[in-house]
Design a protein around this ligand. Structure first.
Ligand SMILES: [Zn+2]
Length: 97
């Protein structure tokens, strides 16, 4: 669950999932321009890439066993969950001042 740092209203998960370090989103409640905190998003991205490599390596080593395939299938869902849970939003005041 991600809240607007300005008005504390709930930001739809779908918007958070598409948020990267390069784009921003608009709060549906107050219209603030929000950005992801770069450190948190980079951390999730880095961990996600590491986990993807680990799971694919596991699949190759085990000859694509069923547990490894389940791991590969679950990984995107886990990353989406992590990004919606841990993404920290900052109010972007650039371009307003
Ligand atoms: Zn807001």
């Amino acid at each position: 669950m991600t809240l607007c740092p300005h008005c504390r209203c709930l930001i739809p998960k779908r918007k958070v999932w598409t948020l990267t370090n390069l784009n921003s989103l608009t709060c549906p409640g107050c219209g603030s321009i929000l950005r992801a905190a770069p450190f948190v998003n980079s951390l999730i991205g880095g961990l996600g890439a590491g986990a993807a490599v680990a799971v694919v390596g596991w699949g190759i080593m085990t000859g694509w066993s069923v547990p490894s395939l389940i791991g590969i299938a679950l990984l995107p869902a886990i990353l989406l969950y992590a990004s919606s849970k841990f993404t920290t939003l900052l109010i972007d005041t650039r371009g307003r001042e």
